[in-house]
Design a protein. Structure first.
Length: 255
């Protein structure tokens, strides 16, 4: 009788990997800026026209007023959008400044109006950004304002972000002769209004980490009253990254 042949049974297990998606934040990008000034005379209203705006982006508006009439109210309006105030500062020597935003904007041309009551010397900047949150409750992550009666440095005061991906926006205003100011490191000058009757600087910075920041400028050539505002705007939550399927190695049992 011949011995029976041994049979070998090979069992192969393969567990299919799951699809996983890694959430990310949208990339914040500066698109364009439009500016205007009312000159050296007092006015009650100033328009700034910004063209080619892309649907869904965010507009950030800064308006600054100076007058012996002590302006107390600045209103930002646009026939296409509703604006929400993010920060304001009452500087020394009859300075007043605001920063507003409009989110999820319509495409096309926007005429943004800055109205002052009472009349004042006005300057305004309207900046367009992509990649910012279109949720009102989460757009503004941190803010600060500051002012002084004299000095050769302007500061927004410290503001601390709690979201790692943010746009920092700074406004520095000085009641002084045309200077040669220098903004702080890592900031980008978006409008150098240092030659205006009431000098104003608009700057930004895109950051990818939480921290404490301050929008500053130095090198002013004469002492005078000043004011500053700093605001952190949060990045939009991007769509989930493409799903990635991972397959673990096969497990083989031999019997």
């Amino acid at each position: 009788m011949q011995p029976q042949k041994m049979k070998k049974l090979i069992i192969v297990f393969s567990v299919l990997g799951l699809f996983t998606a890694i959430p990310t934040h949208a990339a914040i990008q500066f698109v364009q800026i439009a500016t205007s000034t009312g000159g050296s005379g007092d006015v009650t209203s100033l328009d700034t026209v910004i063209t080619g705006v892309a649907a869904g982006n965010v507009l950030i508006v800064t308006c600054e007023a100076f007058s012996g009439n002590n302006p107390t109210t600045i209103t930002i309006t646009d026939g296409l959008q509703k604006y929400i105030q993010d920060g304001h500062a009452s500087g020394q020597a009859a300075q007043f400044m605001v920063v507003d935003h409009a989110l999820n904007v319509q495409s096309g041309t926007h005429t943004v109006n800055c109205a002052s009551s009472p009349s004042a010397r006005l300057s305004q900047a309207v900046a367009e950004y992509s990649g910012l949150s279109n949720v009102t409750s989460s757009l503004v992550n941190a803010s600060s304002s500051n002012s002084g009666a004299s000095g050769l440095e302007v500061s927004s005061g410290n503001f601390t972000t709690t979201n790692a991906n943010a746009l920092l926006w700074g406004l520095n205003v000085k009641n002084a002769a045309p200077p040669t100011p220098v903004i702080g490191p890592s900031w980008t000058m978006r409008w150098d209004g240092s030659a205006l009757y009431e000098p104003a600087l608009f700057m930004d910075q895109i950051v990818s980490g939480t921290g404490t920041y301050n929008a500053t400028s130095t090198g002013w050539t004469s002492s005078g009253a000043w004011g500053g505002i700093g605001i952190a705007y949060e990045a939009a939550a991007a769509a989930a990254a493409p799903a990635v399927r991972r397959r673990p190695p096969m497990i083989i049992f031999s019997i």
